[in-house]
Design a protein around this ligand. Structure first.
Ligand SMILES: [Zn+2]
Length: 206
């Protein structure tokens, strides 16, 4: 395999999701990531792709259809609507979330198909707080759970998820609880106490 086949997946829709000037999960976060990547010596070697919208059938492998339909219904034509205390949607948020989830699934497919050695998805909103039927913590859909689901559906024996955030990755842990062959390491900092939790499920390496 070509040693320069690293994939960068992103989409301009992810910059249009905006929860307000004071919200910490802002387009500036993605702009900063993109600036850093573009200044890298390796930037010219990246294979850059636009994130596709996630297929609704694939999305429903992790999120029940009633939950997806509720978010579609809630998506505003203008202004902001609250999803929960920390999360809201503007008219572009749903497309951004579907691009973010689509990026994770697409990147997984490309690596599994041998078309890339590895991939990085520069997308937002994030995903690891999103539970199966509950969007929360700035997250609408659980991007990494969808990627893991796609990998497992392709026949890989098991998946490792390395999760790091200031918070515990509740949504991803919830996904593991339903018996997926995943191993997950969570590194988080909660209430300013550094914490490391290793989660392993009995059914992982069967
Ligand atoms: Zn968080």
């Amino acid at each position: 395999m070509d040693e320069i086949s690293s994939l960068l997946v992103s989409h301009s829709d992810c910059l249009l999701h905006d929860m307000g000037d004071m919200h910490p999960e802002s387009p500036a976060r993605l702009n900063a990531i993109q600036r850093r990547i573009e200044s890298s010596d390796y930037y010219s070697q990246l294979n850059i792709c636009e994130a596709p919208l996630i297929n609704l059938e694939i999305l429903s492998k992790v999120h029940p259809k009633h939950h997806i339909e509720a978010l579609l219904e809630l998506s505003p034509d203008e202004g902001l609507v609250s999803v929960e205390a920390d999360t809201c949607m503007n008219p572009h948020s749903l497309d951004a979330a579907m691009r973010a989830a689509g990026a994770a699934v697409y990147a997984t497919e490309q690596v599994l198909a041998g078309k890339a050695n590895n991939a990085f998805c520069a997308v937002r909103p994030p995903g690891h707080h999103a539970e199966s039927a509950l969007s929360m913590g700035f997250c609408l859909f659980n991007n990494v759970a969808l990627a893991a689901e796609r990998a497992l559906a392709s026949g890989v024996a098991r998946v490792a998820i390395i999760d790091f955030d200031v918070h515990h990755g509740n949504g991803t842990v919830g996904y593991l609880k339903i018996g997926r062959k995943c191993w997950c390491v969570l590194v988080f900092n909660f209430l300013f106490i550094r914490g490391v939790l290793i989660v392993s499920r009995r059914k992982i390496f069967v």
